[in-house]
Design a protein around this ligand. Sequence first.
Ligand code: SF4
Length: 367
Amino acid sequence: MLHIKIPTRREVIEKAKAEGKKIAAVYPIHYPRELFRAFNIQPIEVWGPPKTDTKKANAHLQSYICSVVQSGLAFYLEGGINVADIIVVPHSCDSLQGLGSIYKDFIKPKQELITIYLPREKNRENVEFLSKELKRIYKQLAEFTHFEPDREKLLEEIKKEEEIDVLVAKFYKSRENLPLSSREFYTILRAREYLPVELFKNILNYALLHSSSGKLKKTGIVISGLLPEPMEILDVIDEMDGFVALDDMACCMRRVYGEGSADDPFERMAERIVNSTPDPTKGSSVDERADFLKSLIDISGAKGVVFYNVKFCEPEYFYHPLLKDKLNESGIKSIVIETDINEPISQQTITRIKAFIEMLKEESRWA
Ligand code: SF4
C-alpha cells in the first residue's frame, strides 16, 4: 500500500481558476488534451459521475440511454458543471451525439459548447479529416479565449502528452511489481482525467519509485469496457486473490495514444487518436479487438477477461457474443457483467465474479 495524496477535482478546479485558467468539462471518450492545455484550459472529464440521482435528466432522455449519459446530463442540470467555462461533447457514440444535440438545441448552456466529430477506421483520410476538425476547434477556442497558441506551443503540449503516454505504459508494465490494490492502481491512473499534466507525471513517477522485483502472486484478470464503475468490482477481484493485470477500458488503456509522426501539430494530434488501440466506438473489427485482448492476456499472463459493460451501451453490446467465441477458441475464458454506474454492485454480480475467478484459479492449478 502506498500513501499518495491525489488532489480532488474540486481542489484542482479551485487552483486552476486561481491561476487564471479556464475549465473545460469534457465528456467521454477521445479528445486531444494537448489542444486544450495549449489554450491554458484545464480539462476536467465527466464520466458520469457515478452514484448521481438522474431524475432530472430522465425528462430529456429515452429510458434506454446508458447511465454515463444520464448522470452526465443530470450532473449539469444540478449545477455540477456551473464552474466550467466550456463544455466538450465528443461524438463518441449515438448517446453522446444525442447529448450534444440536447445541449445545442434545447439547453443552450451559458458555457461555450464544443462538439468533436471523430472518424472511425485507421487510415490517412481519417487523419486528414480529424486534423481539419481540430483546426476548426482551434479557431473556436481562439475566438473564445482571445488567444492563439503558436505551432511551438502546440507541439510543446503534444510532447508532454506523448511523454505521459509513455509513462502510463511503464506504469502498466510495472503493475505486478507495485504494492497497489486494483482500486489504488486505477485511482492513480484515472486521476489523469482531471489533473494538470505535471502533477499527474509526478504522481506516476512517485508510484513507480516503489516498484519492486517481487511480483504479485495472484490471479490476473483483464477487464474490458468503458470504466471500472462501480469501483467495488476491483475490490471483489482483489478479495478473491485476483488483480486487474491489464485493461481494455475507454477511460484508461484505450486512451494511451502512441507518438505521432507528423510535424504539423494538428495532424500529429489526429494521428494519435486515429491510430489508437481497437475500440468499439471506432468500429474496430471483431478480429482486431479479439487479437488485442489476446495480446493483453499474453503480455500480462492474465487468466481471463471480464467484460464490465455499462447497461444500454450499444457499441459494446454488439461485440460480446462474437468476442466471447473468439476468445473461447483460443482457450481464454471470459464473462460479461452488466453494470449501472449509479447503482451499487449487486450480490448476484459479486457471486458471478467470485465464481469466475475461482474457476480460473482451479484451471491454473491443473494446467
Ligand atoms: S457507456 Fe456506451 S453508450 Fe454510454 S456514453 Fe459510453 S460509449 Fe456511449
